[in-house]
Structure formats: C-alpha cells, structure tokens
Design a protein. Structure first.
Length: 178
C-alpha cells in the first residue's frame, strides 16, 4: 500500500497508476476546499482507493470545520464535520453490462459515479463528498430559538421587545375561552 501526502499541488490520479494493493492518500492541506466556504481550523481528509475490475472503491474520511451563519438566529457559528464516505468510481465505456449495472444500482449501500476518463480528480471528489456531508439547514444549536419575526430580537440572548400579548401564543386561546 502506498501513501501520498499532498504538498503544494493537488493530485490527479490515473486509474492505471493505482497499484493492485490499493492506494492510501492523506490530504493535509486545504486546497481542495471550496473557496466560498469560510474554514475554521482543521481540514483533513484521507482516502483509500482500491481497484475492483473496471471500478475503484473509494472509502474516506473528512474532518473539517466551517463558519456558517445560523439559519434561525443569523449569528455566526462553527460547524465541525467528521464524516465517512464510501463510493465507487467506474471507468467510462462498456466495461460493465447493462444488466450488471442494474444489479449494482440496487445496492443502496454504494454510490456509483462514472468517470469521464481514466483520471480521478481527488479535489473534485473530496468537494463532492463535503457538499453531501453538509446539513441542508445550518443551525448553531438544536435549541436555537432564532429571532423574533416581529421585533428582530435574538431570542437566545435577548428578551422579545414585543407587547406581551403578541409574544404569548396562548393569549389567543385565553381570549377564545372567554
Ligand atoms: Zn442560531
Ligand atoms: Zn418580538
């Protein structure tokens, strides 16, 4: 098994350069990260590539942290991500029969990507996995109370400045009873 550490330049790996014993990549720089995301500290990734016929099985790990704006309270917060992934890459062409493809597609455990050529762009692959690992909603904390739609107060830190009967949803029920 080979071990490569990314240095100043990012590595594209050709399918035919992967040894039969597999290839382990440890990525310790942040070049592969999408430029539109604000990084907070660490950015580590590792991958293991193993050839299986005309395919490469890729398993890997991402350990990164970003600064996001909370969807509820609009405050900045750090979101750490630790995620494992597992995908299969397939060479283009008719290497695999349609029938066989169908069979593999039903294997829900594995995602299969078809390569455009025999080169694997490791940065693209890591970015793709990163976006899959990011939550749709960026919330600073499960208990985040957000901001009051009426007065704009951050309800995590401030008291709502609205009139009491507007901030208490039960006041409406009370009135109904009367
Ligand atoms: Zn929040
Ligand atoms: Zn309010």
């Amino acid at each position: 098994m080979e071990k490569i550490f990314f240095g100043a330049e990012l590595v594209k790996i050709d399918f035919y350069e992967i040894p039969d014993s597999g290839l382990f990549l440890s990525v310790d720089d942040a070049q592969w990260l999408p430029p539109d995301l604000e990084r907070a500290g660490r950015a580590e990734a590792s991958l293991l590539l193993k050839k299986r016929g005309q395919r490469i099985a890729v398993t890997g790990k991402l350990a990164v942290a970003f600064v996001f704006v909370c969807d509820r309270c609009l405050e900045k917060f750090t979101l750490p991500l630790d995620s494992d992934f597992s995908i299969e890459l397939e060479l283009p062409g008719d290497a695999v029969s349609e029938q066989e493809k169908d069979h593999f597609c039903h294997d829900a455990e594995m995602d299969i990507d078809i390569l455009h050529d025999t080169e694997i762009n490791i940065a693209d692959l890591l970015q793709q996995q990163l976006y899959l690992a990011l939550p749709m909603k960026k919330i600073c904390n499960e208990k985040c109370r957000g901001i009051c739609a009426n007065c704009g107060a951050n309800l995590n830190n401030d008291k709502c400045r609205c009139a009491p009967d507007r901030s208490n949803p039960f006041s409406v029920l009370t009135k109904l009873k009367i």
